[in-house]
Design a protein around this ligand. Structure first.
Ligand SMILES: *Cc1c(COP(=O)(O)O)cnc(C)c1O
Length: 395
């Protein structure tokens, strides 16, 4: 057997040859629209801080106050002795924002999915996922031991076929069927046809888990997500999301009925066996929800949508959506090496735009993923689209 290092060096060389090698880029400035990388300032079009809240002084103030009042860490799992008042206050706010009976916070969105899906379904049950759902839901579905079925992205006819197949199994007891999708897809920026999807799963008596990671803060009258925008909250069994994107903090959540939350407290292993998130980030997240729901959130949200329209209009014609469905605007390139070259060419002229490649997206489906935030200026958006038109000609 080769040594571990020899083995890894061979595999790293394979990744490099395929244009799939990744590296961490050190950033010497706080997260914002301007990043300092390798001694240069770049305009950042890669962040999920859609409302520009991460640097907001009110969040820093809430976090510092909690740090002083509650200390640095939570010291234990919520079930042992880590269930501090700030966590309970956050969950009350989340439930009120999402208009669900209850909510439960997790250390990350990833751990929310990983704790929830295997708690709700297991061997003998069925999980049906959109082909483009986030890795955390795929990993969670696999870990659950339930049978995993995948439907083509947003293809409700294919989903209907799978639900009909599940109905026809005639097993006793009837398997639980959990459908998992995203409201706004993280790497494509498009939306699920939520109303039709809810009608469909209801007709088949299946349950729906909706990942609102990229819709929270941007959609709906309370800016709580697509379920809020479509008035469908009461018909969705499980909503999940992150506190790390539009809310500018860190953590994840599940929102749903009080029975769901009570059950997860008893069965979600990532909640039970992990130290509770620090009170400071939890307090900052509570503050962020208040901001998002208030007039400042409304104003920031409008600004983000208007910048998204500006950027969409400046993308190469083949990549232009009629109207943006979210703050995520991908430019599909296909070839991994070409995407890396284009990202690098954009960096050379002062813009940071990530080349998204396998395994985040399928092989040969590489893209540049632009995101806008309320902290960008219309001038920055105009400059990047001007740079893009030169680039399309030259690469
Ligand atoms: C980022 C993301 C998550 C995970 O949330 P974290 O808080 O970053 O762990 C889950 N789902 C989707 C769609 C995401 O984009």
């Amino acid at each position: 057997m080769p040594s571990l290092t020899e083995d890894l060096d061979v595999r790293l060389a394979e990744l490099r040859a395929a244009g799939l090698h990744r590296e961490l880029r050190r950033i010497d400035s706080r997260q914002g629209t301007r990043l300092h990388i390798d001694g240069r300032e770049l305009v950042n079009f890669s962040s999920n801080d859609y409302l520009g809240l991460t640097g907001h002084p009110a969040l820093a103030e809430a976090a510092s106050r909690a740090l002083r009042d509650w200390g640095c860490g939570s010291t234990a799992s919520r079930l042992v002795c880590g269930s501090l008042a700030p966590h309970h206050e956050l969950e009350a706010r989340l439930a009120d924002w999402k208009q669900t009976g209850a909510a439960l916070s997790f250390a990350t969105g990833y751990s929310a999915a990983l704790g929830t899906i295997p708690a709700l379904v297991g061997t003998g049950d069925i999980v049906v996922v959109d082909r483009l759902v986030h890795a955390c839901c795929v990993d969670a579905a696999r870990q659950s031991g339930a049978q995993l079925r995948v439907f083509r992205h947003n293809d409700l006819a294919r989903l209907a076929d799978i639900l009909k197949w599940a109905d026809g199994l005639g097993r006793n007891p009837r398997p639980r069927v959990l459908v998992v999708t995203e409201s706004v897809f993280s790497m494509d920026g498009d939306r699920a046809p939520l109303r039709e999807l809810v009608e469909l799963k209801d007709r088949h008596g299946a349950w729906l888990m909706l990942d609102e990671a990229h819709a929270g803060g941007l959609l709906g009258t309370r800016r709580a997500g697509l379920a809020d925008a479509e008035g469908l909250t009461a018909r969705i069994e499980v909503q999940m999301g992150t506190l790390g994107k539009a809310l500018g903090c860190a953590g994840g959540y599940i929102a749903g009925s009080s029975s769901l939350v009570e059950f997860l407290i008893n069965r979600a292993r990532t909640l039970i066996f992990s130290t509770a998130p620090p009170p400071s980030t939890v307090a900052a997240a509570s503050c962020a929800i208040d901001l998002v729901r208030g007039p400042e959130g409304a104003e920031r949200c409008l600004r983000t949508w208007s910048l998204a329209e500006g950027l969409a209009a400046g993308l190469p014609p083949s990549a232009q959506p009629a109207t943006p469905a979210s703050a995520i605007l991908p430019w599909h390139v296909g070839d991994e090496r070409r995407a890396v070259r284009q990202a690098s060419a954009l960096r050379d002229v002062g813009f940071f735009v990530p080349a998204i490649r396998h395994p985040t997206v399928g092989r040969g489906a590489a893209r540049l993923r632009f995101t806008v935030t309320a902290a960008h200026t219309p001038e920055e958006v105009a400059r990047v689209t001007a740079a893009l038109s030169t680039l399309t000609l030259s690469l």
